[in-house]
Ligand binder design. Sequence first.
Ligand code: C5P
Length: 426
Amino acid sequence: MFHRGDRGRQDKAGRVNRVSVRKVAMFKDKSILLGVSGGIAAYKAAELVRLLVKAGATVRVVMTANAAQFVTPLTFQALSSNPVGLDLFSLESESQIGHIHQARLADLVILAPATANLVAKMAAGIADDYLTTILLATTAPVLVCPAMNVKMWEHPATQRNVETLAGLGYAICSPASGSLACREEGTGRLADLADITEAAARLITPPGLSGKRVLVSAGPTWEPLDPVRFLSNPSSGKMGYALARVAARRSARVHLVSGPCSLEAPPGVELTSVTTALEMQAAIRALAPQMDAIVMAAAVSDYRPSETAPQKRKKGDASEVLRLEANPDILAELGKSKPPAQVLAGFAAETENLVENAREKLVAKNLDFIVANDLMKNGSGFGTDTNEVKILERDGKITALPRLTKEEVAAEVWDRVQRLFSDGSR
Ligand code: C5P
């Protein structure tokens, strides 16, 4: 997903190497063929084209004749800036054996919506129009996103056909449940577009973490003062969730231990939700020994109230003194009991002496590397979508990254984890 520029030389003296990371969108340089078949969800495919184009893809749309009854080819042509394929015997497309050409061009094929009819034809290997002909001719990965009425979805023939497709190696992005266009309730809605793009990203991302189990912690912890108040910090969880998403894209088995936040765990990621630092410690302790890598991105509260009042504390006249006690340092504990083969990394959010403080934590917590984050910088830290970080490694190397999205920072983190796995040191 990333193309990197000059990484600079390793600097054993610990000076900061500024590197240029060429920021690359998720589908940059990828050619995606989007097959649209004739269901009411065809209108959602228009938004999907927009998202894919925004993420850097070249999108070519091929529609079935029925799909063109729902949305005009012109819509897709305008959104993709490419001609729309419709008819197998169109003179223009067939002058270069269009279906074979299209099949070869695609790095990835997405079928959204895939109707019961399209799924059935694919399961039987039928090629009677432009889209199904391309589907037999392509060797690119194909992501099938079915959408139909709940009864049609549940019909044993459809279920058998979907199983057949999965057995043939097609990736399936299953339909979601909810109210359907036919005014019935149930499973059959086209999957969320975010889930479709995520599944697509997984199909084109090299599986660099395949076979690895990784643990990511995310979000804040809440330390209760009474049943309705707590001590915490403004961590949004975005950095930790981006780490989980990118690791899953690279085919890791990902376990996310998350403090309270409003984000949804990426599909396929195992989630343990916790509230307090003590709960986070218990969850992580239980999982840590089986992990190949652990990245602690959670903003764990350093202190908790010594007592939690059983009822809401009353407003007093006098100023109250709040007694606090220190929470366990989960990462330091992991560093002490770290199996030799395990990669361990943390984050250091600082408001001053960024590098010095981060280096101290790297050593004290026995980490392989630490991601230092200057909270005083614009576009960095809590709640933002971007981060400007320095990565400090054990050998003294410090890499200063430009401002990147949290997903791009996550990619840098996993690149380092992968390097440690492959450098023979574990
Ligand atoms: O709070 P501090 O700056 O020391 O945090 C550095 C790293 O230690 C972070 O990765 C954080 O997740 C972790 N940490 C922890 N338990 C704590 C405090 C911090 O695991 N009680």
